[in-house]
Design a protein around this ligand. Structure first.
Ligand code: FAD
Length: 567
């Protein structure tokens, strides 16, 4: 079955839904999502969304911009950052007018808290449920505008004809039927890929499908080596403790009860950016100063007092009890770094249009926004609270650009065989005989990525990881499904997700091997310094006949020249 919409959006997180609210103005619009819209990972965001409202002391967009560029270790494209921070204050007011119930100051203004790497108090929040309330508000807005959703549709491939995007092919998970979605504009908003790692804060659905679909279509992916590890995941699950906890004043302590951040970032202490803080924690653990010599340190909230904890961090209190059996009012919480965010992704211009090469050639009809996209506002290290902001600002922007572009895009013919091709692929996967277990391959991939391509990287382990991925890709070709059914085959969904993981983890590792420097979250112990002379550039990886091929493009620097990054 072929459906026809002017705009087809993939992903119902903040980015996809915000894009839909704009795009629906100039024609029919649908949103495909593999999970129910309000279960998108955006709903797990706790801490806040950044904007220089200045409600907690002076602030302005140039300061927000400088903090972001410095945080990115100068790899962010500064024209893109300028748009992000300039549009931030009105974006928050816009969200507030849509109905987002932000927490308030005594005077009734939107409350703002501190966050890592931001020199001003600029994180707007709703207790520690910020993403949840924004996601629900945007969903209500979409329902109000009667936007058509296809929940539990798994998009499997991009339809390109003569270099122009025509739509996507997706599987209805409930029935197992394969559908074509024919659109004049297609917007990817498929989120991140934390599931490539064993310890992650991300939802199970964050498996980077969108990136793999783009890669398999022959288009490039940008800066895939730049993966963020958040300093504070619960031990051992990796579920997130928001940076808002440190924003409110929580301490990080090692086995000796020492606030060790004073040795790593004396000025910012616990509020140093994530790359710096995660490396500090991992170093303490590696050098035997984890609690009892173990693989975790402590996050201590107790001195904040019961009232503040209950009011500002209620979810953390609840999660600490559920996942670590610790009452955070009475004892410190065991924490470890956790794979959290993908700075790299589908390269776009500042209008959200996907680009197909290092020269910036636009792929007609194709757009991307949110965490799956790389515009690049976060460079090599994202600051907390800038991601919800990016999803909303660039989601809206992509939707508006679609409206501008649509009058110039003609309907053409739906390429013959696009749906049938995917039907055949899926059938072959289901019917395949073999002796390999999908769960075993996935576990080994996640464990080895954590070990060999984690916070600290170096040539030997990265090369070993490439060999491991090669072997796992080979074993994947013999992975067998025990469920051969069509309806609601969750094992089939899992194997398709695993196929994505196996595609793009190779790009993370190859990109990390190639980048012989340390910048932001990408830290090479064998190249511990940043090397602007050779590496102040974005990487682009595309599929070649014999594996990934790399190209590079310059960083756009407008206001702030690179200098040494200290905290
Ligand atoms: C625990 C946690 C806490 C966070 N806290 C904060 C915070 O406080 N502040 C901040 O700024 N950022 C935070 N972040 C980051 C931020 O939440 C995300 O980067 C952002 O919400 C991503 O939004 P998105 O719309 O791009 O993607 P998502 O919200 O991840 O949505 C992706 C969508 O794509 C769909 N999808 C994916 N693949 C397919 C497919 N193959 N077929 C169909 N649909 C598909 C999914 O169903 C989903 O609807 C946090 C992240 C995590 C994990």
């Amino acid at each position: 079955m072929i459906h026809r919409y002017d705009t087809v959006i993939i992903g119902a997180g903040l980015a996809g839904m915000r894009a839909a609210i704009e795009a629906r103005v100039s024609g029919s619009c649908c949103v495909l999502t593999k999970v129910f819209p309000t279960r998108s990972h955006s709903g797990a965001a706790q801490g806040g969304i950044a904007a220089s409202l200045g409600n907690a002391g002076e602030d302005d967009w140039p300061t927000h911009m400088f903090d972001t560029v410095k945080g990115s270790d100068y790899l962010a494209d500064q024209d893109a950052v300028e748009i992000l921070v300039k549009e931030a204050p009105l974006t928050i007011i816009d969200l507030e007018h849509m109905g987002v119930p932000f927490s308030r100051t005594e005077e009734g203004l939107i409350a703002q808290r501190s966050f890592g790497g931001h020199t001003k108090q600029r994180a707007c929040y709703a207790a520690d449920l910020t993403g949840h309330v924004i996601l629900h508000t945007l969903y209500e807005q979409c329902l109000k505008h009667a936007i058509k959703f296809y929940p539990e549709y798994l998009v499997l491939s991009l339809v390109l004809a003569d270099g122009v995007c025509r739509g996507v092919v997706a599987m209805d998970i409930l029935t197992g039927d394969i559908h074509g979605f024919f659109g004049r504009a297609v917007v990817f908003a498929t989120g991140g890929y934390g599931r490539a790692f064993k310890i992650t804060s991300n939802a199970h659905a964050s498996s980077g499908d969108g990136l793999s679909i783009i890669y398999r279509a022959g288009l490039p992916l940008e800066d895939m080596e730049c993966v963020q590890f958040h300093p504070t995941g619960f031990y051992p699950s990796g579920i997130l403790v928001t940076e808002g906890a440190r924003g409110e004043g929580a301490y990080i302590l090692n086995d000796q009860g020492e606030r060790f951040m004073k040795r790593y970032a004396p000025d910012r202490m616990e509020l140093a950016p994530r790359d710096v803080t995660a490396r500090a924690i991992q170093t303490e653990i590696d050098q035997g100063r984890g609690i009892g010599g173990g693989a975790y340190v402590h996050l201590d909230l107790r001195h904040l007092g019961e009232e503040k904890i209950r009011k500002r961090l209620p979810q953390i209190l609840d999660l600490a009890m559920r996942f670590t059996a610790v009452d955070a009012l009475k004892a410190p919480i065991p924490i470890q770094p956790t794979a959290h965010y993908s700075m790299g992704g589908i390269p776009t211009d500042i209008r959200g249009r996907v680009i197909g090469d290092a020269q910036g050639t636009v792929v007609p009809g194709l757009y991307a926004c949110g965490e799956c996209a790389c515009v690049s506002v976060h460079g090599a290290n994202r600051l907390g609270c800038n991601s919800l902001l990016e999803a909303v600002v660039y989601g809206a922007r992509a939707g508006k650009v679609v409206c501008e572009d649509l009058p110039g895009i003609e309907w053409s013919d739906w390429p013959k065989g696009a749906v049938e091709g995917v039907q055949g692929e899926v059938r072959a996967l289901v019917e395949r005989e073999g002796n390999e277990s999908l769960a075993a391959i996935r576990d080994e991939l996640q464990e080895s990525m954590q070990k060999n391509c984690g916070i600290f990287r170096s040539r030997g382990p990265l090369q070993e990881q490439l060999l491991i991925i090669g072997k796992l890709q080979d074993r994947f070709s013999r992975a067998r499904l025990s469920d051969k059914g069509k309806r609601c085959n969750t094992e089939l969904v899992e194997i398709l997700e695993l196929r994505s993981l196996l595609d793009f983890t190779e790009l993370i590792v190859r990109g990390a091997l190639a980048r012989e420097e340390s910048r932001g979250a990408h830290y090479r112990t064998d190249y511990p310094k940043r090397d602007d002379a050779h590496w102040l550039k974005h990487s682009l990886a595309r599929k070649g006949p014999e594996g990934p091929v790399f190209d590079y493009k310059p960083v756009r620097i407008t206001r702030y020249q690179p200098k040494e990054r200290k905290y």
